[in-house]
Design a protein around this ligand. Sequence first.
Ligand SMILES: Nc1ncnc2c1ncn2[C@@H]1O[C@H](COP(=O)(O)OP(=O)(O)OP(=O)(O)O)[C@@H](O)[C@H]1O
Length: 272
Amino acid sequence: MAEPHTRRILVRDGEDGNPAELVLSVRGACKRYGTREIFADINIDVTRGSVLTVVGPSGAGKTTLLRCIAGLLEPSAGEILLDGEPVREPPEKLAVVFQDYSRSLMPWMSVRANVELPLRGKGVGKKERRRRAHAALADVGLETSADLYPWQLSGGMQQRVAIARALAYGPEALLMDEPFASVDAQTRSDLEDLVLDLRDRLGITVVLVTHDIDEAVYLGDTVVVLGGRPTRVDKVVKVPFGRDRDQAGTKARPDFIDLRTRVLERIRQARD
Ligand SMILES: Nc1ncnc2c1ncn2[C@@H]1O[C@H](COP(=O)(O)OP(=O)(O)OP(=O)(O)O)[C@@H](O)[C@H]1O
């Protein structure tokens, strides 16, 4: 699904230090509003096809950082690199999924029309729009819901539509800001597994901000813990569970429980 990329930058990643391809880099990023420094000297690397989760105390600047990565906000210092190129405006290769799916979908448009909307803006022809929308809806398990309207769908299904709309663009990376905070626990588990499934099937790279520590550890290949004042990267945790994860089994593992407890303690320390 991802379009061909321009530059390949290899780094050592994972427990065994295997080479992995760098997609996104945050280099010395800082954000100030007036004299207030929200975060300072943030450095993060995201490798292709990995899931990186970001956690930290409320108000630490997670959303602000994600918006900088998305090119929606300009860092006050430092830079964001996508495939080695500085991000100066929202790049086509990055798609953003926000928490509030109800406001991001047009209620008067069918599911298909909602998914096609950004493609229409991009000047993609009708036939190609249809094809991409159909493929993206199939990717999120909604191929039979294309003619329905958002208000006819559950919250979880609406968020799947928002994800399909992001996928239809053929992005290299999905940036997700608390994407499942407004759905019930069972739907949230299903959507978490959808993210892992999309990563495995499409090779898509994911950066996901969450308040939910279990979600961060369950989904992440890497968990970045933010903390301090101004906010900095407090800890980078490599998650050692491999790709084969399942909700009941993985979350019951003693090393999962140990890891989520350590991350939680770290956030508490950062907050206090
Ligand atoms: N446009 C702005 N002008 C001034 N301050 C801002 C602006 N946008 C955000 N902030 C401040 O930046 C800080 C970080 O906000 P942000 O929403 O990024 O934090 P967060 O970690 O995502 O919070 P939460 O976990 O509660 O969602 C907050 O104190 C917020 O008030």
